[in-house]
Design a protein around this ligand. Structure first.
Ligand code: IMP
Ligand code: MG
Length: 174
């Protein structure tokens, strides 16, 4: 597996995202809403670098992928989410690929009437977008490759890698 972003590069990107967050919200109370499971590393590293009154919650989005590159049926679960009515909400996900996950999530979250609703992804895959929206904060723009590590998985493995790796064609089934 080749390394796409080293631990140090990820670290620098997360610091940048933390700085952007702090500048944007300027002392306002903020709810960070992580998208399970891929966002866990980013959420954990981000919140420790943002000096704001933060509450943290999680929602679940899973697309049961037929293959690594074809998104399948998308399921969103909001049970267990904290109250977001009148809150400033920042949704945090691992990667913006086609954008369907983030886009559908926003539709669902808006129904709960947050004061503001913005989005952050660690990664944005180049040339794959199929929706009208763009994430508000992006850590890194990456080429169209299948990546794992720092929260991202292939068949539920590799999430624990401290760096971001790209799987070679022959390492991906289907
Ligand atoms: P989207 O709905 O196509 O934007 O896909 C977003 C979700 O697909 C992410 O939250 C990831 O779980 C997954 N995903 C997309 N690309 C990759 C990848 O390269 N590696 C691992 N997971 C990915
Ligand atoms: Mg995900």
């Amino acid at each position: 597996m080749k390394t796409l972003l080293t631990k140090d590069q990820l670290d620098e990107g997360v610091s940048r995202l933390a700085w952007e967050t702090q500048q944007y919200y300027k002392g306002k109370p903020l709810t960070i809403l992580g998208v399970l499971t891929g966002s866990i590393m980013l959420v954990a590293d981000l919140v420790r670098r943002v000096n704001l009154p933060i509450t943290i919650g999680f929602v679940t989005a899973s697309s049961y992928r037929g293959t690594a590159t074809t998104p399948g049926q998308l399921t969103i679960k909001l049970d267990g989410m904290p109250e977001i009515k009148d809150r400033h909400v920042l949704v945090v996900d691992d990667i913006f690929d086609t954008g369907h996950t983030m886009s559908k999530l926003l539709v669902e979250l808006k129904k709960h009437n947050p004061a503001t609703l913005r989005t952050m992804t660690l990664l944005r895959k180049h040339g794959r977008k199929e929706v009208a929206m763009e994430p508000d904060h992006v850590g890194f723009e990456i080429p169209n490759e299948f990546v794992v590590g720092y929260g991202l998985d292939y068949q539920d493995l590799f999430r624990n890698l401290p760096y971001l790796g790209a799987l070679e064609e022959h390492e991906i089934k289907g």
